[in-house]
Design a protein around this ligand. Structure first.
Ligand SMILES: Cc1cc2nc3c(=O)[nH]c(=O)nc-3n(C[C@H](O)[C@H](O)[C@H](O)COP(=O)(O)OP(=O)(O)OC[C@H]3O[C@@H](n4cnc5c(N)ncnc54)[C@H](O)[C@@H]3O)c2cc1C
Length: 472
C-alpha cells in the first residue's frame, strides 16, 4: 500500500486517485478551487439548460473517456452536425459548405491543389513523429528549429492555403502559428491522429458531448472518492526527502505521503515551491510551456433558428474576432445555443475589453453568418480561461521552437517522489480530456505496481516508508 497526495482535482488528478483507491492505496486529492473539474466546468441557465464553460467534446478514439462515462452511469450525445452546412468566411468571401470530413471548400482550383498538397506534406511529416520521445523523431532538430509559421510560409503558395493553417492553429492550440514549434504541431496532430481529425465533428475531435455536461464525469469521480477530495486547498510548497513527501497548502496544512502526483498545467506546476529545488532542466521546461489564450462565449436564443435554414451553426472564419462557432444547443428541445471562441491574438486583445463589448463582438460575428435573427440573444455567458488563477490559459500548453529538443527528456520524468500527470503529459490524445484521464491512470498504475508502467516510467524506490499525516 502506498500513500499518495494528488495535487489538483481535474480529470487527471481524479482519474489517478480513483485508480489508486481501486487498488487499495491511500490517497488525498488537494484542489485549489471550491469545485472539481479544473478545465472542465459546468453552469446552468435559468431554464435548467447546462452549458460547458471548458472542455466538452469527446472525440473519435477517446476510448478511455467513453469507458469512464459508461462506468460512471453517464451518457453521450452527438454534436449537432446534421444535414446543415457550415459557414466559411475566407479572404473576404462568405460561402457555405458541407461539414463532413473530407468536404472541399469552394476555392479556386489552384488554392485547392495548394491546400491538398500542404495537408499531405504536413501529414507525412506528422506520421514520422515518435509520440513517446518527440525529441528523438527523425530530423527533430530541424523540425524543432522552426516555427509552424515558417513552414506555412515556405510550403503554402496561396493566401487561402496559408489562412487554413493559421485558422487551424488558433482553433487547435489557441495561439498563433508563430508561437508554435513545427515539431510540436506535428507531434500534437499525430498524438490526436491527424490535423483533419482534430478539426472534424463526425469521426473527429468534436464528435460527442456528455449529457448534462462533461463536468459530470469529474463530479461522479469525486463523489466516489468522497472525503479524500479536499476543496479550497491551494498547494503552495512540496518538500521531499528519501523518506517521503510533504505537501503544504496556503492555509498552512501539511499532508505527508510516500509520493505526490502533480497534475497542474506545466506553467502552474512550475510556480509551486519545491524543496529541494527542482532540477534545472525540469524548471526550465516549465518556464517554456505557456498556455494558449481562449475566451469561450455563448449566445442563447429561444430556439436553434439556423437549423431550419439549412445551417448547422458552425462557422470557420479568418475575419473574427470570433473565428470558430458551434451549435452548442442541448440534446433535448430547448434553447438554441451558439458558442464561439476568441482565440490566440483575438483573445489577448479582447481580454482587455468588457463582457458587454465581447458580447457585442460575438453577436456581430453571428449576424454576419446567421442574419438579423442572431442580433438579439436572450442571454450571454462567457469564461475567460486566461483570467482563472488556477488555470491561466487554455486549451493547454504548447511548445515553442527548441523546447522539445532542448528539454523533452524532462517532460514526464519523475523527480524523485514527484510524478507529473495532466493532459500535457499524454503521448496519445495530448491536450484533451482523454489524454488527461490516461495520464492520471498511467501514473497511478506506475505507483500502484511499484514498477514500470506501459509508458516506461521509472522504477519506484521500494519499501517507501509511510509517513503520518500532519495537520489533517
Ligand atoms: C475552453 C476549453 C475548451 C476545451 N475543449 C475541449 C474539448 O472539447 N475536448 C477535450 O477533450 N478537451 C478540451 N479542452 C481541454 C481539456 O479540458 C483539458 O485537457 C483537461 O480538462 C485537462 O485536465 P487536467 O486534469 O490535465 O488539468 P486541469 O483540468 O487543469 O486540472 C488541474 C487542477 O489543478 C487545480 N490546481 C491548480 N493550481 C493548484 C494548486 N496550487 N493547488 C491545488 N490545486 C491546483 C486546478 O484548479 C485544476 O482543478 C478544453 C479546455 C478549455 C479550457
Amino acid at each position: 500500500m502506498v500513500q499518495v497526495v494528488v495535487v489538483g482535482a481535474g480529470l487527471a488528478g481524479l482519474a489517478a486517485a480513483r485508480r489508486l483507491v481501486a487498488d487499495g492505496h491511500e490517497v488525498v486529492v488537494l484542489e485549489a478551487r471550491d469545485r472539481v473539474g479544473g478545465r472542465v466546468e459546468g453552469t446552468t441557465l435559468a431554464d435548467g439548460t447546462h452549458l460547458e464553460l471548458g472542455g466538452q467534446w469527446i472525440g473519435e478514439g477517446h476510448d478511455r473517456m467513453r469507458a469512464l462515462v459508461a462506468e460512471l452511469g453517464l451518457e453521450t450525445f452527438r454534436t449537432y452536425n446534421d444535414e446543415g452546412r457550415l459557414t466559411l468566411e475566407l479572404l473576404g468571401r462568405r460561402t457555405t459548405m458541407a461539414a463532413h470530413k473530407g468536404a472541399v471548400p469552394k476555392l479556386s482550383p489552384f488554392a485547392l491543389a495548394d491546400l491538398a498538397r500542404g495537408l499531405r506534406r504536413f501529414d507525412r511529416l506528422a506520421r514520422r513523429t515518435d509520440l513517446d520521445r518527440p525529441w528523438a523523431s527523425p530530423d527533430a532538430a530541424r523540425l524543432d528549429g522552426q516555427t509552424f509559421e515558417s513552414w506555412v510560409r515556405r510550403t503554402l503558395r496561396t493566401r487561402a492555403g496559408r489562412a487554413y493553417f493559421r485558422i487551424a492553429c488558433e482553433a487547435v492550440w489557441a495561439t498563433e502559428t508563430a508561437d508554435v514549434s513545427l515539431l510540436h504541431a506535428l507531434f500534437y496532430a499525430r498524438s490526436n491522429t491527424d490535423l483533419e481529425t482534430l478539426l472534424a465533428v463526425d469521426a473527429g475531435a468534436q464528435q460527442d458531448r456528455v449529457v448534462g455536461g462533461s463536468v459530470r464525469v469529474a463530479e461522479a469521480m469525486a463523489a466516489e472518492l468522497g472525503e479524500r477530495v479536499v476543496l479550497g486547498a491551494p498547494v503552495r510548497r512540496i518538500e521531499q526527502d528519501p523518506d517521503g513527501v510533504r505537501v503544504l497548502t496556503r492555509a498552512g496544512e501539511t499532508y505527508a505521503a510516500d509520493h505526490a502526483i502533480i497534475t497542474l498545467p506545466p506553467t502552474l506546476a512550475g510556480r509551486l515551491e519545491y524543496a529541494p529545488a527542482l532540477p534545472s532542466w525540469r524548471d526550465q521546461l516549465t518556464q517554456r510551456t505557456p498556455a494558449g489564450a481562449v475566451i469561450k462565449a455563448f449566445a442563447i436564443y429561444p430556439e436553434p433558428f439556423w437549423r431550419s435554414r439549412g445551417l448547422n451553426g458552425q462557422v470557420a472564419s479568418d475575419v473574427g474576432p470570433v473565428k470558430v462557432v458551434f451549435d452548442n444547443s442541448p440534446p433535448t428541445p430547448g434553447p438554441g445555443v451558439l458558442m464561439g471562441f476568441f482565440e490566440g491574438q483575438e483573445a489577448r486583445t479582447w481580454a482587455r475589453r468588457t463582457p458587454e463589448e465581447r458580447r457585442s463582438a460575438l453577436v456581430e460575428c453571428l449576424v454576419r453568418s446567421f442574419g438579423p435573427d442572431a442580433a438579439a440573444p436572450v442571454d450571454y455567458r462567457e469564461r475567460d480561461w486566461m483570467a482563472e488563477e488556477f488555470t491561466r490559459g487554455c486549451y493547454g500548453a504548447h511548445f515553442g521552437p527548441g523546447v522539445w529538443t532542448g528539454y523533452g527528456e524532462a517532460w514526464r520524468a519523475p523527480v524523485g517522489r514527484l510524478h507529473w500527470a495532466g493532459a500535457e503529459c499524454a503521448p496519445r490524445w495530448n491536450g484533451y480530456m482523454e489524454g488527461a484521464v490516461r495520464s492520471g491512470e498511467d501514473v497511478a498504475q506506475t505507483l500502484a505496481t511499484g514498477g514500470r508502467s506501459s509508458r516506461g516510467g521509472h522504477r519506484l524506490q521500494e519499501n517507501a516508508r509511510q509517513l503520518p499525516r500532519e495537520g489533517r
